[in-house]
Design a protein around this ligand. Structure first.
Ligand code: UN1
Length: 499
């Protein structure tokens, strides 16, 4: 039996109370990466109780001290970067260079949020009365539940846990069932960095039982979820009944617009990277290419050649550019969309089927290009989460923007143009949470807000200082040092006269 991935509750690694296990599978080799505790609601409850108990001291620990622990987390992540990256390739399939980038994102976030330990800025403002002082402070909220996906198994947990912890909250973290070992190794970093027991807990297991129990637990004040729109909105509705704050990062249907005046060589590089990097399994991946008529043919020809040249295989091989998709069922879901695209009348240029670079092993799918896609087709509207790019031709910038904006999601968008006026119009009019000029739709940096409009979320943002909004509540404080009753809005004039 492989090593068992356990829960970390109150500073102890424990098997699930159910006694059951499941397996984490390498999507390239189909080997077992780990046996994993199949936890349930009782484990979640134990973790929430441990977090609640630890909160008493953690909220009172000065934020700069909390920040020092986060700096140690950053340091340990740096030391373990290569090991974590290799495990990531094995557990979810992304190629090694990208896996290193995933860990790097967490390192960046650890140092950024460590610095927040000496900021967590509030503000003061003048008040109406003499001898009175007013200030607004960020306050911790208590126990927060973090539910994360498999596609950024270290980065996304870092976006959620680090701001939550620096603000003085305690965490119960549920990693995706496809990447539980990475989740556990991430938490081990906090343990080794000296985070007090109970402040950070992990429960591994299926979304249906563990995720649900966490999102509906009465003692969990905030739920931060990244995953599918369907699950996210269901969770949002349940949490609303219980008065919880919810932060959602859901689907995307991101587009790159290429104008006639674009640098096409650059555009081809960027499109290929954004569409097929991480095998198209990023929320920010490019799944639509909106191309102006004049360069359609030339761009598609170049893109075709580039797409055909991509090397598929096991991501531990540094020369491999595209790894497998995460699971057998994910591959089937992608293939269903390809069939839908063909039935809708789109032109399949290349790809459209399983790939087999490892001779019968692994869940590989060929990078796929569909041309002559119209905006109403399902492959142009629905998130596929795989290496499938739909190409849509337009006549003008206005039409391109309209096509971009008419999908249900609004995470990331991009335009390639050498015309500064067109670029600024696009910045103004593209209705996504992230906009790129002359760069693909992926590659957000941690110091800026990350998130999207419409069906991509619920108006919250991760990363940057904005991340603190999810994990804090404002406390307004008034200090009256006049020694008398000064009624706001009422006594203003008389009190000033008495001065
Ligand atoms: C995601 O796909 O959910 O901007 C996160 C990017 C990465 C993060 C993606 N920094 O593509």
């Amino acid at each position: 039996m492989a090593e068992l991935v356990k829960n970390y509750i109150g500073g102890e690694w424990l098997a699930a109370r159910t006694g059951e296990t499941f397996q984490s599978i390498n999507p390239a080799t189909e080997e077992v990466v780990a046996d994993v505790a199949r936890s349930g609601a009782d484990d979640v409850n134990a973790a929430v109780q441990a977090a609640k108990a630890a909160y008493k001291n953690w909220r009172l620990t000065p934020a700069p001290r909390r920040g020092e622990i986060l700096y140690r987390v950053g340091q340990l992540l740096m030391e373990r970067k290569e090991d974590l990256a290799r495990l990531m390739v094995q557990e979810m399939g992304k190629v090694i260079a990208e896996a290193r980038g995933d860990v790097q994102e967490a390192i960046d976030m650890a140092f950024f949020m460590g610095g927040e330990g000496r900021r967590l800025l509030g503000y003061t403002a003048p008040v109406e009365m003499p001898n009175k002082f007013g200030m607004a402070l960020r306050d911790s909220v208590g126990v927060v539940g973090l539910i994360t996906p498999w596609n950024f198994p270290i980065a996304i947990p870092s976006w959620k846990s680090l701001p939550a912890l620096i603000a003085g909250n305690c965490v119960v973290f549920k990693p995706a069932s496809d990447t539980p070992k990475l989740g556990a190794e991430f938490v081990r970093v906090f343990q080794d960095a000296g985070l007090p027991p109970g402040v950070m807990n992990i429960i591994v297991g299926p979304g249906g039982s563990v995720g649900n129990a966490l999102a509906t637990h009465p003692d969990v004040r905030v739920v931060s979820f990244t995953g599918s729109t369907e699950v996210g909105y269901r969770m949002y509705a349940q949490a609303a009944q219980l008065g919880k704050k919810v932060s959602l990062e859901l689907g995307g249907k991101n587009a790159i617009i290429v104008m006639d005046d674009a640098n096409l060589e650059l555009a081809v590089e960027a499109i290929t990277w954004s569409a097929f990097g991480t095998t198209g399994q990023r929320c920010t991946a490019t799944s639509r290419l909106i191309v102006q008529k004049g360069v359609h043919r030339e761009l598609v020809d170049a893109l075709y050649e580039k797409t055909k040249s991509l090397k598929l295989g096991y991501g531990l091989d540094e020369s491999v550019q595209v790894g497998p998709v995460v699971s057998r069922s994910a591959r089937e879901g992608i293939h269903e969309y390809v069939e839908i695209g063909k039935n809708e009348g789109a032109t399949l240029l290349t790809g459209g089927g399983f790939a087999d670079p490892l001779d019968g092993k692994g869940f590989f799918y060929l990078p796929t290009l569909f041309d002559n896609v119209t905006p109403d087709m399902r492959i142009a509207r629905e998130e596929i989460f795989g290496p499938v790019l739909s190409i849509i031709e337009v006549e003008t910038l206005d039409e391109a923007v309209e096509v971009n904006n008419q999908v249900a999601y609004g995470l990331s968008s991009s335009i390639f143009t050498e015309n500064v006026n067109a670029a600024f119009r696009a910045i103004r009019d593209l209705s996504t949470g992230i906009v790129y000029i002359n760069h693909g739709t992926t590659g957000a940096e941690i110091q800026f807000p990350f998130g999207g409009t419409r069906g991509t979320g619920n108006g919250m943002r991760e990363a940057g200082q904005t991340a603190l909004d999810s994990f804090t509540e404002w406390k307004a404080v008034y200090v009256d040092y006049s020694g008398r009753l000064q009624r706001a809005q009422i006594d203003t004039e008389t009190i000033l006269k008495d001065q």
